[in-house]
Ligand binder design. Sequence first.
Ligand SMILES: Nc1ccn([C@@H]2O[C@H](COP(=O)(O)OP(=O)(O)OP(=O)(O)O)[C@@H](O)[C@H]2O)c(=O)n1
Ligand SMILES: C[C@](O)(CO)[C@H](O)COP(=O)(O)O
Length: 238
Amino acid sequence: MPSLSQYSVVVPAAGIGKRMKTDCPKQYLHIAGKTIIEHTLTNLLEHSQVQRVILVLNPNDTLFAQLPIASHPRIEVVEGGQERCDSVLAGLNYLSDNEEWVLVHDAARPCFAATDLSTLLQLAEQGSIGGILATPVRDTMKRAFDVNVNRQNIVKHTESREHLWHALTPQFFKLAALKKALNTAAEQKINITDEASAIELLGEKVLLVEGSASNIKITQPEDLLLAEFYLTQNKLNN
Ligand SMILES: Nc1ccn([C@@H]2O[C@H](COP(=O)(O)OP(=O)(O)OP(=O)(O)O)[C@@H](O)[C@H]2O)c(=O)n1
Ligand SMILES: C[C@](O)(CO)[C@H](O)COP(=O)(O)O
């Protein structure tokens, strides 16, 4: 059996978690026995195809250094930027150009399944540009007229949910193409919220690989209990 390729993972973890409305950045909240960032990093580093993590932290982050995992030999820390895409690019720029592929995974997504990551790598590395984990939309989708006021809005129309997916992470792309795509988007002042949307700007076809809907991004307070449930279940199943 040929040995499986190993990859660097850029982990954007420089956010401040505004929507979580907590004193500390959400990645340092404790669920299922440790901080969210420790769950994410541990789960990544345990995967046989993860060689190292390039962890992108806020320049003002003083919390990570206090964690035992801060001394892990396969974690290297770089400073993040104003937006998530700036933080991702900072991580990419730390990598040497001889790395052909790169993974990007949100620190705020600790519940990803190792088997989903393996499937993404197996399918996407056969292609020319890469792909992402995603999960099909299950609800009827409404487009609102404007921004929400007091958690209320008015329906403008119903969007077709046919062929509509939630983009997740990890996302897996050719390093050179992703750097070019993010730099191009920045030059054109295009707001990029995931790596795939930058690659799409280059006219490339991004592979969608169905992953578990339990791979949630911890964003708002109600996500914490759900993530704790999934992490506990994952631990019981492994
Ligand atoms: N300038 C930024 C903004 C976000 N992130 C990271 O990108 C991931 C996804 O972003 P999000 O869920 O939006 O996190 P926050 O930006 O912290 O949340 P909020 O938008 O509520 O402030 C998170 O792991 C976050 O730490 C980052 O590295 N650099
Ligand atoms: C990258 C991502 O997790 C894919 O769904 C999402 O775009 C991150 O968005 P955020 O607003 O930066 O959390």
